[in-house]
Design a protein around this ligand. Structure first.
Ligand code: FES
Ligand SMILES: [Fe+2]
Length: 331
């Protein structure tokens, strides 16, 4: 069964989605990407500004992501050397003649935040923003990307409030809600705690508190405090719909110690602990993949006590499907 048939709504919910980690897109770099069921070209201009345009040159249709190059603030088409700025405007032809008025490419709204480049998917201009976070005292972000995952941003985001699966799939124990799920427009937040058997024998049981922040279905930020280990982590989950059947899933994390260990040089700590931290995070996230790849969306779900606030989450998530919003308005 393919993705779209498994979900009774668009594979492309309205919202911001990560199209690259900032560190992956150098100044002057051009790359082809598939997002929101579209072929697109991502580039970073000479001044460092990222831009995402429809891939196909409005002049005669060459793919700007294959052979296109950055010139100043524009991308240059490989076929006749027309150039396009971040707004998709044709700023020059290859012949030094006047750009034809109709020669205009489609530009996606783009912002750069928190180590990621985000593009807006949806009808019209962005209706909300994604906030920056201050990771000043934390280690440099470590990242991991999986492409071609058969899933949907609905599923990856719902997962963070699906408290029942945390013990079954991830081995968490004593999961308890600290602050109930709260929503405010495109923003959703909740706090819970859990314990877990130590990853290293002889060390204390892990006691962790999670503060979840979600903006739309593509952008999750989790503040994790682990008082048992005198540590805090900051974790991102970015799910990006690509061809309609699969998503690209990006995760990132940084950490800091609040125990005596914090006195060690930050670079040394990062070298000693960083690789294991991101590996554990990768392992945790990948435990869900097989289930995501083969499940379907059941609505209404047959919820039981112990599931967590899945019902409330679902009511919130509907706002990101333009086709459901239209149906809701007609009711
Ligand atoms: S097809 Fe792009 S400049 Fe002609
Ligand atoms: Fe999970």
């Amino acid at each position: 069964m393919t993705g779209p048939n498994r979900f009774p709504f668009s594979p492309f919910p309205t919202g911001w989605y990560c199209v690259a980690f900032s560190s992956e897109l150098a100044v002057g770099e051009v790359r082809p990407v598939t997002v929101f069921g579209r072929e697109a070209v991502l580039f970073r201009s000479a001044s460092g500004r990222p831009a995402l345009l429809d891939a196909f040159c409005p002049h005669m249709g060459a793919h700007l992501g294959h052979g296109g190059t950055v010139e100043g603030e524009s991308v240059r088409c490989p076929m006749h050397a027309f150039r396009f700025d971040a707004a998709g405007e044709c700023v020059a032809t290859g012949y030094g003649t006047r750009p034809p008025p109709r020669c205009r490419g489609e530009a996606f709204p783009v912002v750069e935040r928190c180590g990621g480049v985000f593009a807006w998917c949806g009808p019209g201009a962005p209706s909300f923003d994604v906030p920056p976070h201050d990771l000043e005292a934390f280690s440099p972000l470590r990242t991991k990307t999986w492409t071609g995952l058969r899933s949907h941003p609905q599923e990856t985001t719902e997962n963070s409030v699906d408290l029942g699966h945390l013990s079954v799939v991830h081995g968490y124990e004593d999961v308890a809600v600290i602050d109930p799920l709260h929503t405010d427009g495109p923003y959703l937040t909740t706090r819970y705690r859990m314990s877990r058997r130590p990853l290293v024998r002889g060390t204390p049981t892990i006691d962790a508190r999670f503060h979840i922040h979600v903006w739309g279905l593509g952008y999750s930020f989790v503040e994790v405090d682990v008082p048992s280990h005198g540590m805090q982590t900051r974790q991102y989950v970015f799910a990006t719909p690509t061809d309609g059947d699969t998503i690209t899933l990006r995760i990132a994390m940084s950490f800091r110690f609040v125990s005596a260990l914090r006195r060690l040089p930050a670079r040394l700590l990062d070298r000693l602990v960083g690789p294991a931290m991101i590996r554990n995070y990768e392992n945790d996230v990948s435990q869900d993949f097989d289930i995501w790849a083969n499940k379907r969306y059941v609505h209404p779900p047959a919820l039981a006590e112990g599931d967590g606030p899945v019902g409330k989450y679902r009511r919130w998530a509907r706002q990101f499907y333009p086709e459901l919003a239209i149906a809701d308005a007609a009711e």
